[in-house]
Write a protein that binds this ligand. Structure first.
Ligand SMILES: *[C@@H]1O[C@H](CO)[C@@H](O)[C@H](O)[C@H]1NC(C)=O
Length: 185
């Protein structure tokens, strides 16, 4: 059964990814996200999920996955961004635009409560397959764990004391195949 489901998903993903990248992805697509910032160290580097945060460029995201991968797979549901897994309770992203959160982008696992001030609804993918939250873009800051950059909403300079952050365009790409993972919290 598991195999059948995975096979169908992989076939669907293959069909979608054979189309030009500017074709809007299907509403129910599973996708990876690439950081786009020409000339930066993280140009075309996939988003990862680890330690309840979204990061880019870690040597390993240390996730427990159905197949080997070092990047995260997402999907959009009711304008919420979720991490793809075969399990019934997905890990869900949130943003914290409060003065405390400073644009923090994180995720919670299963029934784990959201931090106060966390928002989950507002994610959208435009017709160029670029992701945003309530019309806001993202930025990435170097010197996070394991050689990675941490991902934040744009709008706050030096969020949580980080420096040398750069604006990134989060480009969505259909995951082919979509690999389910449980990410570390
Ligand atoms: C992954 O695990 C290694 C070994 O324990 C650790 O050094 C590294 O910081 C971890 N990376 C992340 C992103 O959690």
């Amino acid at each position: 059964m598991q195999f059948t489901t995975a096979f169908v998903a992989a076939s669907a993903a293959l069909t979608a990814s054979a189309l030009p990248q500017t074709t809007p992805i299907a509403a129910d697509a599973k996708f990876g996200i690439l950081a786009i910032h020409s000339g930066s160290d993280i140009q075309n580097t996939p988003f990862q999920a680890a330690l309840s945060s979204i990061i880019i460029g870690a040597n390993s995201q240390n996730a427990s996955c159905d197949a080997p991968t070092n990047s995260a797979t997402f999907y959009l549901q009711d304008s919420e961004l979720k991490l793809f897994a075969e399990s019934a309770t997905p890990q869900s992203l949130f943003v914290d635009r409060s003065g405390m959160g400073q644009g923090k982008v994180g995720f919670v696992t299963g029934a784990q409560p959201l931090p106060s001030n966390a928002e989950t609804k507002g994610w959208a993918i435009d017709d160029k397959n670029v992701l945003s939250f309530n019309g806001e873009g993202l930025q990435a800051c170097p010197n996070s764990i394991d050689g990675a950059w941490s991902v934040w909403l744009s709008g706050t300079t030096n969020p949580a004391g980080n420096s040398e952050c750069i604006g990134i365009s989060p480009a969505v790409q259909v995951a082919d195949p979509a690999i389910g993972c449980s990410y570390t919290s």
